[in-house]
Design a protein around this ligand. Structure first.
Ligand code: RB5
Length: 149
């Protein structure tokens, strides 16, 4: 599996934590910034490039972190083919892989700490989609995208 990861200035600490986790798990990753130091950046400028890498097949999954995770998740979900989950607990992280086959995970560094973020990312990275009736449901999302975008 290959993962693209990015954060804005509000998510640098968790991004570093998740990069460390992926190194430990021997998961191939692309770090797409931000290289923002103490400066402020705009989360859509990081969410869209990561989401595009997922839909064009350069990577399998994306992970996005901002202050709340909300801006990143809204932005990523604007990209056709992206199913991004904002998850701040491990139950949701597992369920959203099993039920929604999410291809992007968003988290908020002003909401949770790095330890919980690590646990969430680990569960999300290692849980498989269960398909079956859930495939029908995500198929309806894809059909809607095809007709309306
Ligand atoms: C940046 O101040 C903050 O708005 C951003 O990190 C994120 O929380 C937006 O949803």
């Amino acid at each position: 599996m290959k993962v693209a990861i990015a954060s804005d200035h509000g998510g640098v600490q968790i991004r570093t934590e998740i990069i460390n986790l992926m190194q430990e798990m021997q998961i191939d990753y692309i770090d797409m910034g931000c290289d923002c130091g103490s400066g402020s950046v705009d989360y859509p400028d990081y969410a869209f490039p990561v989401a595009e890498k997922v839909v064009n097949g350069e990577v399998d999954r994306g992970i996005l972190i901002c202050g709340t995770g909300i801006g990143m998740s809204i932005s990523a979900n604007k990209v056709k083919g992206i199913r991004c989950a904002l998850a701040h607990d491990t139950f949701s992280a597992k369920a959203t892989r099993e039920h929604n086959d999410t291809n992007v995970l968003a988290m908020g560094e002003r909401v949770i700490g790095p330890g919980l973020a690590r646990d969430i990312a680990k569960v999300w990275l290692t849980t498989e989609f269960t398909a079956g009736r859930h495939q029908t449901r995500i198929g309806k999302i894809s059909d809607y995208e095809e007709k309306n975008l």
